[in-house]
Design a protein around this ligand. Sequence first.
Ligand code: HEM
Length: 413
Amino acid sequence: MRGIAAGPAGDQLDQFATNQFEFIRSLEQYGPAVSIDLGGTETVWLYDIPAIHKLLADKFDHVDMPLLSRRLEVVTGTGLLTNFDWNVWSPRRRIIFRPIGARAVGNFVERMTTLIEERLDTWPLGVPFELEHAVSDMTLRVVADLLFSEDITDEAIAVIGRIVDELHRWSEADPTNANVTDPPESFREALEEADSYIRSVIDARSPDAPVDDLLGVLLAAVDDEGVPIDLQGVRDELITMVLAGHETVTALICFAIDLVGRHPETADADRRHIVDETLRLYPPVHFLPRFVREDFDVGVCELPAGTEVFIPMIQLFRDERYFERADEFLPERWDPDSPLHMERRAYFPFITGPKLCVGSHYALMEGTIALDRFLAKFDFELLEPATPWGREFALTFLPDKPQSIVLERRAAE
Ligand code: HEM
């Protein structure tokens, strides 16, 4: 295997079970591409920025859905995230990007701000509560508004929360075993419940009164031959957007509040800089897998067909070679005039290339507005801040324990 160093094996892999993040960091010492056998799957970890960009630029000629996404695919089906069939993915992607891409996202500012403020105003004052739970409720309502433009009911929140929990439980039970595709019974029940909720939302739509939200766009869309997306496809995209656009933004907001809480001197910093710096230290997608379909020369090495390749964002974004004072929370590094050395190509929390996060503009806007409104409304104390690392091998990089927070209303509001 040209350019690929053999990584730790046997007992040395035990560290993977005890501290996966330190383990991922330690792999880098073996070279720019390191192979390890994880639970019977041949994996290669890439630490070379040009090679990573080459991998991510591929238009599915050499890459395919990662093995680790098979469990997710049971829920998301042909939705964009788990779709690597260029002919199906590409027209759907154009349809979905139009209403939420860079040009259109500004249309949501007012509505999003109102929704966020409404939720923040329900958060209790003077008593401790669990931050992630409250933020998760808020982000779910925001994404539901984008998709269905309607207030999501508490019952629907519970239904979606259940399938997300089940997916976590199933994935975390045996995280490196990529061959598990048969879900437990409780998972099937939760999925059925989520499906029937989404079907009821679709069925409630009248073709005579199209609504201008993402569901409306999907139902009205036709391909080059005038054929609409079938209902299963619409369902797959909706559930994908809920899953992709909910926990990720939750993680961003929770860690941003946590970091500002631990570094009160940053409370007046530019909100977008805080968001960028949070995504650097706590990337919600902290590593990205890809399955190599055909031998792929990425410069520094040749990735052999049949391997699962990992891009360890959590290591790269904290690498001193690319970010001066890498382990410090310094929102000002994002100021264009900052003297701190930074390599922009080494920072890609939404990845790059054709599979670039379709909701990146939406997510950055939501995170910035939520943080800004939160800091404007509240003084806060974190009784239980997050640790330097998140939950291990979870689908999304979330705080590893509940963050207990107490709020006081700011005098200025
Ligand atoms: C801070 C928040 C977010 C982060 C860090 C993030 C990150 C990412 C990353 C890294 C991918 C690539 C995954 C892969 O190719 O395997 C991705 C894909 C995707 N994201 Fe996001 N995301 C965020 C928020 C959102 C939001 C708010 C939405 C929707 C409203 C969304 C929808 C999607 C979809 C549909 C895909 C699949 C795109 C495709 O494959 O064509 N994401 N996201």
